[in-house]
Design a protein around this ligand. Structure first.
Ligand SMILES: [Zn+2]
Length: 275
């Protein structure tokens, strides 16, 4: 069963694709603003994405990071439209050499094909009028960039928002980096988020601030319970409850336990400063 939804916000258009609507990250939104695509979408959704991009002249593809749901169709789009996707240096390196993914991710999105990208130019402009500022926001992955459209007050957050509460963490995610990157973003002006899985989020700055504060509170509570002598499992059960189906499906690559362990790796002084 395909998940297909058209998204419209002023002159921004989006296409939600995917096999299922199980959780926030089991479908994906490709955004198009004027002549520019933001992220390429997963490779197993190519037939839908191709129809979407063929509706208007697309001259530019910007990639936020290498993850296969964001980059999977980049090689196909590059070939189809005869363009070189624009991406940060680290993303470009990974996309040039290719990367391995777990079987459940292959099943969900298929692997991304290798593609040659070009670095972001000094000035990124959409349709001759909208300026785009890439902001390095490592944490979710080391190569992640969010895109700020200052005149519109829009922030393309890729995978940095998703929801007001972080519930699961992938094993390789750097929670400390995520918090630092959120602090960087919150210093900018914006009011709408373009989230690759959630879609358009209005009151976006408040939404991102809430997610940030929720993570800080979780870090604080995790340390507090550890000082009381609780084990990681006890802390998880008390603060987040038992592991959901997603943890088992992903072989615990995504889990609540990962999140609690990541909270414990964050120095407690840091949370006290943030509080
Ligand atoms: Zn991602």
């Amino acid at each position: 069963m395909a998940v297909l939804e058209r998204i419209k916000h002023q002159d921004l258009e989006g296409l939600r694709t995917g096999h299922m609507n199980l959780a926030v990250n089991t479908s994906f939104v490709v955004f198009r603003l004027g002549d520019t695509l933001i992220d390429a979408g997963p490779r197993n959704q190519w037939r839908h994405i191709r129809r979407f991009i063929d509706e208007r002249a697309v001259r530019q593809l910007l990639l936020t990071h290498f993850h296969e749901d964001h980059s999977g169709c980049a090689a196909r789009i590059a070939q189809h439209l005869q363009l070189a996707p624009r991406a940060g240096e680290k993303t470009g390196f990974i996309m040039r050499h290719g990367f391995q993914i777990q079987p459940y991710r292959k099943l969900m999105w298929r692997s991304a094909e290798k593609v040659i990208t070009r670095p972001f130019p000094d000035e990124i402009i959409i349709s001759g009028r909208d300026q785009v500022l890439p902001v390095a926001t490592p944490g979710h992955t080391p190569d992640l960039h969010c895109f700020l459209l200052p005149e519109r007050g829009w922030l393309c957050t890729a995978d940095l928002y998703l929801s007001s509460r972080l519930k699961l963490l992938a094993r390789e995610e750097d929670l400390h980096g995520i918090l630092r990157s959120m602090e960087t973003l919150l210093r900018h002006d914006f009011d709408t988020l373009l989230c690759a899985h959630r879609g358009v989020v209005t009151h976006g700055k408040q939404a991102l601030q809430t997610r940030y504060e929720n993570i800080c509170q979780l870090v604080e509570a995790t340390h507090h319970l550890q000082h009381q002598g609780c084990s990681v499992s006890e802390i998880r059960n008390r603060l987040l409850g038992r592991e959901p189906a997603m943890s088992f499906i992903t072989g615990f690559h995504f889990s609540k336990r990962n999140l609690i362990e990541a909270c414990l790796r964050i120095p407690q002084q840091r949370t006290q400063q943030a509080a």
